[in-house]
Design a protein. Structure first.
Length: 131
């Protein structure tokens, strides 16, 4: 049985996942421009870590639920976020290696990522609010 804290963290992450997916799907060009602007700075990896590491750590430390359902998926994504952040902190050049160079490519990537995140977010909402 999940604690109230685990349920709350799971639901928050599910809603955030859906909203970010919808945002990426509806406005991929804005996200592409944001990352292109961010990449102008050598400190971009640290800035990205500043946004995402707290969310990853909340999931890893407060929602460590390894079950074959939505909560297990959320724990898995929390670990992925945390590992990504540690990678950016220790190897900041990794960001430049995975980022496309062309704005059009960024827009396409964000559109596809938005589709995937919207579907996953919807499934996570279903799994966390209606288990």
């Amino acid at each position: 049985m999940l604690s109230e804290t685990e349920v709350l963290i799971g639901r928050c992450y599910a809603v955030a996942f859906l909203l970010m997916g919808l945002s990426h799907l509806a406005r991929p060009a804005i996200w592409a421009d944001f990352i292109i602007e961010l990449k102008q700075s050598a400190s971009a990896p640290v800035k990205i870590v500043g946004f995402t590491l707290p969310f990853g750590l909340v999931i890893v430390l407060g929602h460590s639920v390894w079950t074959p359902d939505a909560h297990g998926v959320i724990t898995f994504f929390g670990w992925l976020m945390t590992v990504k952040c540690v990678t950016y902190l220790l190897f900041p050049e990794a960001l430049w290696k995975i980022s496309p160079e062309q704005r059009d490519t960024f827009v396409k990537v964000y559109r596809w990522a938005g589709c995937a995140a919207t579907v996953i977010g919807g499934l996570l909402i279903w799994g966390t609010f209606f288990p």
